[in-house]
Design a protein around this ligand. Structure first.
Ligand code: G4P
Length: 302
């Protein structure tokens, strides 16, 4: 099914204007079943998340779903995130026994590190294969991620020119998408779609900030005010670099008005055209005109 069409069908506005996402539990159950089936055949799971929102851009059931399989987190779109915060996330995952790397699938930054990280994380397996004389048996990694995190971009980038769809293998469900990366590494695309935790309002908002959920689902003015709340807490310097000196003693709605006025977005009576101001802020944030910004941080004691 066309990806955009499927997104449209799954997201609806309710009467109060807030977000209701009608995803289909049946589809989710099928995906989970397929993942369970495939689990014995893979050596590790590589989870692509959006480095700007590593909490919201996850499927809430994944950890449980993959049981004890080695887990590698790929903080993708790191070109848009705050480098220091991405480093904190990597450290946080490592402390919890999970390998993590920063990736930029637009430029390809971090792609080579993926291969090294997988081989390091699974060195014991490669060694066991060698001992058993199974030299040449590749490591098989399942790549998962909610829509829009850049899973396809990652697979395309890492497959590069040598991209080849491996044949069906004994014991491997027909139709699964395998990609041979090199002699020691094969990737499997998720058999199905994993959704984020839509029912959580903060998750919905954060996905909307980054554009993973379309604007019309949530009111743009509401979104811009919410985004300014986060930015005025952590990125005052970036806001002032972009819009000039600001008074942060006011609430985020007033901040939106200030910013709009600075851009000459004024309607009759001298008031800010808040709708235009909100659209401008969302557009500038998404196009990275405000700078590198991470919207979710590691909690201090996490
Ligand atoms: P998916 O399979 O997980 O659904 O995601 P997909 O690869 O389709 O990527 C979703 C969007 O994110 C695409 O943008 C893609 O170019 C962009 N993207 C993926 N990885 C990165 C990254 O590391 N950095 C940045 N900045 N962007 C990334 P799009 O606007 O939907 O399409 P297009 O711009 O490629 O035409």
């Amino acid at each position: 099914m066309n990806k955009n069409k499927s997104k449209k069908n799954n997201q609806k506005e309710n009467n109060s204007g807030s977000s209701t996402i009608n995803w289909f539990p049946g589809h989710m159950a099928k995906t989970k079943r397929k993942i369970k089936e495939i689990l014995p055949l893979i050596d590790a799971v590589a989870e692509v998340v959006d480095a700007r929102i590593p909490i919201s851009s996850r499927n809430p059931d994944l950890n449980e779903l993959i049981e004890n399989k080695p887990h590698i987190i790929l903080l993708n779109k790191c070109d848009m995130a705050d480098n220091n915060i991405t480093k904190e996330w990597i450290e946080h995952y490592r402390k919890n026994g999970i390998s993590a790397i920063a990736l930029d699938c637009k430029s390809g930054k971090g792609i080579n590190q993926f291969k090294t990280t997988v081989k390091e994380a699974l060195a014991y397996k490669l060694e066991a294969y060698r001992e058993k004389g199974m030299v040449g048996k590749p490591l098989r990694i399942m790549v998962v991620g909610i829509p829009n995190v850049g899973k396809s971009s990652f697979i395309n980038k890492i497959s590069g020119k040598t991209r080849a769809k491996a044949e069906n293998r004994p014991g491997v469900t027909r139709g699964n998408q395998w990609f041979t990366i090199d002699k020691q590494l094969e990737l499997l695309d998720t058999p199905g779609v994993l959704w984020p935790k839509f029912e959580d309002q903060t998750v919905g908002e954060h996905l909307a900030f980054t554009g993973a959920i379309k604007d019309r689902i949530l009111d743009t003015e509401y979104l811009a005010v919410k985004l300014l709340e986060i930015l005025s807490e952590n990125y005052r310097n970036l806001l002032e670099n972009r819009f000039g000196e600001l008074d942060f003693s006011v609430d985020s709605y007033e901040l939106l008005c200030q910013i709009g006025k600075k851009r000459g977005m004024v309607i009759r009576g001298g008031e800010t055209d808040t709708e235009r101001a909100a659209n401008m802020i969302m557009e500038e944030y998404r196009n990275q005109k405000l700078g590198n910004i991470s919207l979710e941080r590691v909690e201090k004691d996490a």
